[in-house]
Ligand binder design. Structure first.
Ligand code: AHM
Ligand code: MG
Length: 335
């Protein structure tokens, strides 16, 4: 027993990444170093969140409106800055693009050596921050293509297959980090006493069908008929249960383990839905496919969607294969 628990404590995120890489070329080393920095960001954000309710001025709004037209919270900015800080002087990441920044942020001392771009949503589920409910961070890593001399980062406007790694951090009762570098999906739990992420589940596979449907039904009046048809179907059949937390990362995490589908369709007010392709939908699509599930925008595979702007939005249907296909069949029926 003693030996077993020691082995467990030693299966840290950094060791795991090296095991997954199977090689020691330059890219493998870069990727492992990048993931270690992300893990540090996760620890710093997690530390602040666990005390935010006790700290003067950690919670609440900044009074500013971001590029999305949403009110910015202090934790959004804090978390955004943490990701920038951990990559300073790393020589790894030259550009960072996030929900909270209109344009990519360049770390001059890392350019042009840093050939990678980190695209992230520093706090996903911002409405949960001030009430101490689960929130997350989402990240995606892409290789910079071309020189980006104009600083317009046009090479980021490509499909989800360009991601070389993706993952999220879930700040819940414990802090978890879930990642994929294209070799399955693996989850880690932060042991605060060790300050390390320790392996929880390797090669997570999503069930092909599950009971969860996760959607903001308050938008029912704003949906197209096809989505209403699907929800009516669910209401009339046994075996479904609704779960919607207001934080995509949490809802996704549940579906990853229990199966089912998360849907954020287009609405009257937001025809492309709410979620952003590059730092919300595409990274989670990468993970869901790696776990044996699917992601779609209703008409095509989500991984094939090419954004026309850094902050482009897309409808999202993601989860178990059969459940995603069922939603799509209602869309096809109305097409
Ligand atoms: P955020 O990154 O600004 O918090 O927005 C994304 C969040 C998702 O986590 C969540 O699924 C969705 O927005 C909830 O939106 P709504 O309140 O419209 O249902
Ligand atoms: Mg956000």
């Amino acid at each position: 027993v003693e030996e077993h628990s020691l082995d467990r404590d030693c299966t840290t995120l950094s060791r795991h990444i090296l095991q997954q890489l199977h090689s020691f070329n330059a890219e493998a080393q870069d990727l492992s170093a990048i993931m270690n920095r992300i893990a540090l960001a996760a620890k710093i954000i997690s530390r602040r969140l666990s005390r935010a309710g006790l700290m003067e001025g950690a919670l609440g709004f900044t009074g500013n409106i971001n590029v999305q037209g949403e009110s910015v919270k202090k934790m959004d900015i804090y978390a955004n800055d943490v990701f920038i800080s951990v990559f300073k002087q790393s020589g790894l990441v030259c550009r960072l693009a996030s929900e909270e920044m209109e344009k990519p942020y360049y770390i001059p001392e890392n350019c042009p050596i840093g050939r990678y771009t980190l695209i992230y949503d520093p706090i996903d589920g911002s409405s949960n921050i001030d009430i101490n409910l689960n929130i997350g961070s989402i990240f995606s890593i892409r290789k910079q293509e071309g020189d980006d001399i104009d600083g317009d980062a046009r090479d980021l406007l490509q499909n989800g297959h360009k991601q070389i790694a993706a993952g999220y951090i879930l700040y819940g009762p414990s802090t978890m980090l879930v990642y994929s570098i294209g070799t399955g999906v693996h989850s880690f739990t932060l042991d605060p006493s060790l300050g390390e992420f320790i392996l929880s589940n390797e090669n997570i596979k999503v069930p092909t069908h599950g009971p969860i449907y996760s959607v903001n039904e308050g938008n029912f009046w704003q949906w197209e008929d096809s989505i209403r048809d699907y929800i009516r179907y669910v209401h009339r059949h046994e075996g479904y249960t609704a779960r919607y937390s207001g934080a995509l990362v949490g809802d996704f995490h549940r579906i990853l383990h229990q199966g089912g589908v998360f849907i954020y369709p287009g609405t009257v007010k937001k025809p492309e839905g709410k979620l952003r392709l590059l730092y919300e939908s595409a990274p989670l699509a990468f993970l869901m496919e790696q776990a044996g599930g699917r992601a779609s925008n209703g008409n095509m595979e989500l991984m094939d969607v090419v954004p026309d702007a850094l902050h482009a939005r897309t409808p999202l249907i993601i989860g178990s294969k059969e459940d995603v296909a069922l939603v799509e069949s209602f869309i096809q029926d109305r097409a």
